[in-house]
Design a protein around this ligand. Structure first.
Ligand code: HEM
Length: 131
């Protein structure tokens, strides 16, 4: 069945996938994203996505979403950006964030795709030491 196939794909994706409602509250998180951020699903579902980022974005993320919903001007949707995530243990890691807007059963949700860049960034730093 179609829904089962989609679930299997999302559950086995290498990248993290998180969906939020129009207010920024987390509705779903796949196993890869759980592993990256160090949480079990029930610890983050229902929380604001801003709990997964360090300052200063943490304090401004609601505004970012509101701004987009009022102006229609996207800064990440359809573009992507390198941002920082905050793990449960307090450590910070870099990732490539992609966001798309999805119309789902009569309402709007946002889907975030999280591609970990920790290893690439570490390698970059090591190379700089030799430069
Ligand atoms: C906008 C950071 C995760 C959905 C933004 C902006 C920043 C940002 C900096 C606004 C950029 C600007 O106005 O110049 C972060 C960080 C994250 C994160 C650091 C780390 C966890 C997510 C996730 C989702 C999401 C997981 C969706 C599931 C959005 C939406 C907008 C936005 C809908 C407004 C639309 C846009 O500007 O394109 N975020 N974000 N964010 N973010 Fe996030």
């Amino acid at each position: 069945e179609n829904a089962a196939l989609l679930t299997a794909i999302i559950d086995n994706a290498i990248d993290g996938i998180i969906t939020i409602d129009e207010r920024g509250n987390i509705e779903s998180i796949n196993p890869s994203a759980c592993k990256l951020f160090g949480y079990a699903p029930d610890e983050v579902v229902g929380k604001n996505v801003s709990s997964l980022m360090p300052p200063p974005d943490k304090q401004h993320h609601d505004e970012y979403i509101n701004r987009y919903q009022q102006t229609g001007r996207a800064h990440i949707i359809g573009i992507g950006r390198e941002v920082k995530g905050l793990r449960k243990d307090g450590t910070v890691f870099p990732f490539r964030l992609g966001v798309s807007e999805v119309q789902y059963s009569g309402r709007k949700i946002y889907t975030g795709f999280i591609h970990d860049l920790s290893r690439e960034k570490e390698a970059e730093e090591r190379l700089k030491e030799y430069a």
